[in-house]
Design a protein around this ligand. Structure first.
Ligand code: PLP
Length: 393
């Protein structure tokens, strides 16, 4: 329930997720009685060290790596920073990085920072469906390219980049590949042992685990230069490990593997029913991005003639949580860089809302959302001084 005693309808699972009760339960002993430092030699510490290895096994099983290829971090952003900075540090003559115009801010801000430090960044464009042109990627790769870093699934539209084809291309050119899989892991199957990927980032709080824990996969054949130096994680990421959260991440990874088929059988039908209803009930509505090649849980919808900031407030009053663009940029009035990169106008970007569904959503919640969202859109359109405006693409 929210402040006004409305039942909460949480449709913002790409921003963060509800903690799975099983994950919470698994964490509790490690917050209360089992407080040992995993580097200590006595039993209390050894038990914590063993718990870390169980979690490492669970995370590695989810993505098909070996346990030794998993480094625990504090979040997806740290994993991304660690991968990109490691690749950039390996050869001082390789000062070119390729990424895309639709990345998460962690990658964008880091690449902008590296550009100020003398690196050359190629920002690959996307088309109106959110897809990359792989020929452009092939042409962008140079002898001094240190890394290709890109998303697997876009956090705003859910559009998927073809990681298998991309990894074949980067492998053929002998350039390391970092995949920001923060949104994809646990929603669609992935097996890094079948792909030529050197780094992969993931984050606990997108997987029904609490915030503050993530992991970085580093292919065992890839050299790695730590960002945070010290002894833990085999010298690859210093800092006494956050044992309880890592245990939670392990449990969340295990649960994600167990529930992954529900993303198709449960979450996708909820998303599709909601999206279909919006298109049918609300005139002037369009879906942003490729409707086929995308995550099963994400729907980015443009509602002609509304301002997403106002919509978020009215929806909140009715108990619905969703996003305007990504959570990291909402609160600012800038239109989403992802929708802009897809060629949409400021008006269309500002009139877009992202709904992202998860396995804790129910059919009843979707029924309520199907009733509430059109009412909110109609109210906003009535309030708009010029009435519904034509939406340029
Ligand atoms: N990459 C993507 C695609 C994301 O959606 C996010 C979070 O929204 C991140 C990276 C950053 O993850 P974290 O919040 O764990 O730092």
């Amino acid at each position: 329930m929210n402040a006004k005693e409305q039942p909460l309808i949480y449709l913002d699972n790409n921003a963060t997720t509800q903690v799975d009760p099983a994950v919470f339960e698994a964490m509790v002993p490690w917050l209360r009685d089992e407080y040992g430092n995993p580097s200590s030699v006595y039993s209390l510490g050894k038990r914590a060290a063993e718990a870390l290895e169980v979690a490492r096994g669970q995370v590695s099983s989810l993505i098909g790596s070996t346990p030794g290829e998993i480094i625990f971090t504090s979040c997806g952003s740290e994993s991304i920073n660690s991968a990109v900075l490691s690749a950039a540090a390996i050869d001082p003559d390789k000062t070119h990085i390729i990424t895309t115009a639709v990345e998460h801010s962690a990658t964008i801000k880091l690449c902008e920072h590296l550009a100020r430090r003398g690196y050359e960044i190629t920002w690959l464009p996307v088309d109106s469906k959110g897809h990359l042109d792989l020929e452009k990627l092939a042409k962008a790769i140079r002898p001094d390219t240190a890394l290709v870093s890109l998303l697997w699934a876009n956090n705003e539209t859910g559009v998927l980049f073809p990681i298998e084809e991309i990894s074949k291309l980067t492998a053929s050119k002998k350039v390391p590949l970092h995949v920001d899989a923060v949104q994809g892991v646990g929603k669609i199957p992935l097996n890094v042992s079948e792909l030529d990927i050197q780094f992969l980032s993931l984050s606990g709080h997108k997987l029904h685990c609490p915030k503050g824990v993530g992991a970085l996969y580093v292919n065992r054949r890839m050299r790695f230069t730590p960002w945070i130096r010290g002894s833990q994680e085999n010298g690859r990421r210093a800092g006494t490990q956050n044992v309880a959260s890592i245990v939670g991440l392990g449990k969340a990874a295990e649960a994600a593997a167990a529930h992954i088929s529900e993303e198709d059988t449960l979450v996708r039908p909820l998303r599709d029913r909601f999206e279909g209803a919006m298109l049918e009930l609300v005139p002037g509505t369009e879906i942003n991005g490729d409707r086929v090649n995308r995550l099963p849980n994400t729907s980015s919808i443009a509602f002609e003639g509304i301002e997403s900031e106002g919509a978020l407030m009215l929806l909140d009053e009715r108990g619905i949580c969703c996003s305007a663009g990504s959570a990291c940029t909402s609160g600012s009035v800038h239109p989403s860089h992802v929708l802009k990169a897809m060629g949409f106008s400021n008006d269309r970007a500002r009139s877009s809302l992202r709904f992202s569904f998860g396995r804790f959503n129910t059919a009843e919640q979707i029924d309520s959302a199907i009733q509430i969202v059109p009412e909110v859109v109609a109210k906003l359109r009535k309030l708009s001084p010029s009435g519904p405006v034509a939406m340029a693409v």
